[in-house]
Design a protein around this ligand. Structure first.
Ligand SMILES: Cc1cc2nc3c(=O)[nH]c(=O)nc-3n(C[C@H](O)[C@H](O)[C@H](O)COP(=O)(O)OP(=O)(O)OC[C@H]3O[C@@H](n4cnc5c(N)ncnc54)[C@H](O)[C@@H]3O)c2cc1C
Ligand code: FES
Length: 278
């Protein structure tokens, strides 16, 4: 079952930012849906494909609290993503998964949560965010720091607006210098700088950090300065993958197979990997 692609029907397509789309997919077969419901947890990923075109790896961007469908958000970059981006409502695509490990959100209960995301890496973070917000009473303060190069590059704009309106979520938005528009009233600056200015307390706080490697590197340094320990910072790795199930050897770092043992790791675990540059 784990190797078999599920046929999935495109229910809707949303343009998030230039070249970035979200597909909402529903299961064609009840049996596949039951398998997904029994096995999916936030942080896991899948291989999304089109028959005859190939597969691409994306996280499952929808939360584990909403398993009636799968959402994926991806940047159009090559053959598979272009074909996926050109699908229409009713078209059939494939999904292989859910693979990998998960964010241990039950261990986050009773703690403050700090989510930090950069650019197109909001989708994995968004999956954890909604998984926690859908059970809001289990967690203490929730802070979300999200940055993109420009205002146009911010994804899930409708959800950012929703989080901004909520009084139980502290949303800190930023765009890189020069990426602002005349009507931009949030921060201007790189994520690590804006994070340091916001200065969230490390006391009883778990941080979830997803973004491009350069952002992760500098944001980890900022978190350390704020007093966070590497054991309390979770991230997900985005190594190139092919099989997704520990067979092809495409994704491994030393003896660690990111597709099986990851993609979710604490910063301490990543720092212990060979060639870690964090
Ligand atoms: C866990 C994970 C899951 C992913 N899942 C998907 C997926 O589902 N679909 C998909 O298409 N891709 C996915 N990706 C792909 C990945 O996010 C992007 O390919 C890559 O991270 C670049 O994104 P970007 O170009 O939007 O970032 P950029 O827009 O280049 O940067 C985003 C932010 O990083 C900060 N930053 C940038 N440069 C610096 C610097 N020099 N110093 C300090 N801060 C800096 C800035 O604040 C900026 O706002 C995933 C990545 C990760 C890590
Ligand atoms: S993707 Fe094949 S071993 Fe990990």
């Amino acid at each position: 079952m784990i190797y078999t692609p599920f046929p999935m029907r495109v229910v809707s397509k949303r343009v998030e930012a230039p070249g970035v789309n979200t597909l909402k997919l529903e299961f064609v077969n009840q049996e596949d849906h039951e398998f997904f419901k029994a096995n999916y947890h936030t942080g896991m990923f899948g291989l999304y494909g089109i028959y005859g075109e190939g597969e691409s790896t994306f996280c499952v961007a929808s939360p584990e609290t909403r398993k009636d469908y799968i959402e994926c958000t991806f940047r159009q970059s090559g053959r598979v993503t272009t074909t996926l981006a050109n699908t229409d409502e009713g078209d059939i695509v494939t999904f292989r998964g859910p693979y990998g490990n998960r964010f241990p959100i039950e261990q986050f209960e009773g703690k403050n949560l700090l989510f930090i995301a950069g650019g197109i890496a909001l989708p994995p973070t968004r999956s954890v965010i909604w998984s926690c917000l859908d059970q809001r009473e289990k967690y203490k303060d929730v802070t979300i720091v999200y940055g993109a190069r420009t205002v146009a590059d911010l994804v899930y704009k409708h959800e950012l607006e929703e989080w901004k309106q909520r009084d139980d979520v502290n949303l800190v938005l930023t765009v890189d210098p020069g990426g602002e528009t005349p009507d931009w009233h949030d921060h201007v600056g790189f994520v690590p700088t804006v994070l340091e200015q916001a200065a969230p307390s490390p006391e009883n706080t778990i941080a979830v950090l997803c973004g491009p490697p350069i952002m992760i590197k500098f944001t980890l340094a900022a978190l350390e300065k704020l007093g966070f320990t590497a054991e309390n910072v979770y991230t997900t790795l985005e190594n190139r993958m092919k099989c997704g199930v520990g067979k092809c050897g495409r994704c491994n770092v030393g003896s660690v197979y990111i597709c099986k043992e990851g993609p979710v790791f604490t910063a301490a675990e990543v720092q212990a990997m060979p060639q870690a540059d964090l």
